[in-house]
Design a protein. Structure first.
Length: 442
């Protein structure tokens, strides 16, 4: 089978999961024989991009064809990996195209590729790195019951924060062993792991690299964490705010731009100063992030993270090495000059979070925007300037013509449709808080 990596000859691989990241960041696709990876035609319904998180489908046939048409999956063999939790199965991420041979504009990988092409036309290449926070929680078959942190090897359930304590992380040694083993099998290099601020909460850092491969890496990592956690006897969750009273989970996004020809970081100015294009890019992040918020905080639960403001930004201020701001600029040598977007939650779709952050910066470059003055004190004491609900975020996106033009009108239309239906579904549910405080009171 020409085109397949040579290492497959030493693996007992018979089947491959052909995986497509959908708009929610969920993996869709099908399992096919290995021979079909390069020698067959792989199809699946295009309508998978119109399905929301509760399983309902888009019924706007101006957005999704009423005929439920097929699309073609093109395996990206650079992403072909052995699946460490299965026997004889590999996985491969796929690009999506129409039956007429065009790239499918509503696929998240296509959306990100489109932004990268915009930068390539400027002679630039985005470089990104991500941090992922997540919780390990006890198995919870009853969704009405509150989540609890997973018990460690001592048998005890953590009840208080043990931030950065190595002994707290050692409580999850069975999970950590599987995590590292799975990452090695899937060629994911971890830069560091720490115990975070919440009970059972971990943070993992990754090396920087090109935007598409880093999005692929995070998409794969999130699935890998869930599998490793289940094998260890508990659950891994990337919900932005899974437990009342505990810290939220963020996915900080570091970003910079390098010249394609020279490889130089264009954010670095002379004498350790920042360049003009650094300020334009940052100005774009400040101006357009409120309209892009629904991609950085894509679920109704996402906004609970911001209400507590526990190590979480509440505005689009920026500062040098200031973790209270939405955009932190770490102190670094000129080649490492970058912006850390601290707004995204861990529940985001990495393809779309990276794409919209790059889109905001791109608009800043095109419009030569200027940022506000840097903040040296606590930005938490300043005005709250980001949307406070998913509904507000979607309304802001719908009114932002520059982002719609960059990301694609059909893509934005489908995204607005599925997310608004999720809000309606959530709003129909009476919560435990309402029963507790209103049942016998009002």
């Amino acid at each position: 089978m020409s085109g397949l990596p040579a290492w497959l000859n030493h693996q007992d691989i018979k089947f491959v999961e052909c995986v497509v990241p959908d708009l929610n960041g969920t993996g869709k696709g099908k399992v096919v024989p290995l021979s079909d990876l390069t020698g067959g035609e792989i199809r699946i319904a295009e309508a998978i991009f119109g399905q929301d998180v509760v399983g309902a489908w888009c019924e706007d046939h101006d957005l999704v064809d009423v005929a439920d048409v097929d699309m073609l999956l093109t395996p990206d063999l650079e992403t072909l990996r052995v699946q460490p939790w299965s026997n004889g199965i590999a996985q491969c991420l796929c690009d999506c195209g129409t039956l007429d041979g065009e790239s499918l504009s509503i696929a998240p990988r296509t959306v990100l590729r489109g932004l990268l092409a915009k930068y390539e036309a400027l002679g630039l290449k985005p470089i990104v790195a991500q941090e992922a926070e997540f919780y390990l929680v006890a198995r919870n078959p009853n969704p009405d019951a509150p989540l609890q942190a997973a018990a460690g090897v001592s048998g005890r359930t953590p009840r208080s924060p043990r931030s950065f304590q190595v002994e707290a992380m050692s409580e999850y040694a069975p999970f950590m062993e599987r995590l590292y083993r799975y990452c090695e099998a899937q060629q994911i290099e971890l830069k560091g792991t720490v115990q975070e601020m919440g009970e059972g909460q971990l943070e993992v850092n990754f090396n920087h690299g090109d935007a598409l491969s880093k999005a692929d890496e995070m998409f794969t990592f999130k699935r890998l964490v869930r599998q490793a956690a289940q094998s260890a006897g508990y659950l891994g969750t990337f919900m932005a705010k899974p437990m009342t009273g505990s810290s939220g989970s963020a996915m900080h996004l570091h970003q910079s731009l390098v010249e394609l020809e020279s490889g130089l970081n264009i954010f670095a100015g002379e004498d350790s100063a920042f360049s003009k294009r650094f300020y334009h890019y940052l100005g774009g992040l400040q101006k357009y992030t409120p309209a892009a918020m629904s991609f950085l905080a894509p679920n109704v639960n996402s906004y609970r993270r911001f209400e507590s403001a526990d190590s979480c930004p509440t505005n689009v201020q920026w500062g040098v090495d200031n973790r209270t701001t939405g955009f932190r600029v770490p102190k670094s040598a000129p080649p490492g000059t970058r912006v850390e977007n601290r707004i995204p939650g861990s529940d985001n779709n990495p393809y779309l979070a990276i794409a919209v952050s790059l889109a905001c910066g791109y608009l800043g470059l095109m419009e030569q925007l200027e940022p506000s003055d840097p903040v040296t004190e606590s930005a938490w004491d300043l005005e709250y300037t980001i949307p406070r609900t998913l509904r507000e975020s979607l309304d802001a996106l719908e009114k932002c013509d520059p982002l719609i033009e960059l990301l694609g009108e059909r893509f934005i239309g489908i995204y607005l449709d599925i997310k608004r239906r999720e809000i309606e579904s959530f709003s129909e549910v009476v919560t435990a808080w309402e029963r507790e405080h209103l049942l016998l009171t009002v």
